[in-house]
Write a protein that binds this ligand. Structure first.
Ligand SMILES: [Zn+2]
Length: 91
């Protein structure tokens, strides 16, 4: 197995979700916070999250980072795409 490209930490907000999941996303959401950048990194997130919290994601290659919130529901993020600083293509 390949060395993961991302450090992913989960911050536990110690709360359970209070609202029902968005029925439009029954199998998770692929987030894109790259702003349409040509060079991107995509981090795969542990899915679903345990409960309400946030993933802190940092690329090991270019050190770009992102924070995405979770709810512990089926509409949690599965992955997040960020603008990459020095990758020639998606990795
Ligand atoms: Zn990167």
């Amino acid at each position: 197995m390949r060395e993961p490209d991302f450090d992913v930490d989960w911050v536990d907000y110690e709360r359970e979700p209070r609202v029902a999941p968005n029925p439009s996303f029954p199998s998770g959401v692929d987030l894109d916070v790259s702003g349409g950048a040509q060079r991107t990194c995509t981090a795969v997130l542990p899915y679903p999250a345990r409960r309400v919290g946030a993933y802190l994601v940092e690329c090991r290659r270019c050190a770009v980072n992102a924070m995405v919130t979770t709810a512990g529901r089926v509409d949690d993020p599965r992955s997040v795409k960020v603008a990459c600083k020095d990758q020639p293509k998606e990795h």
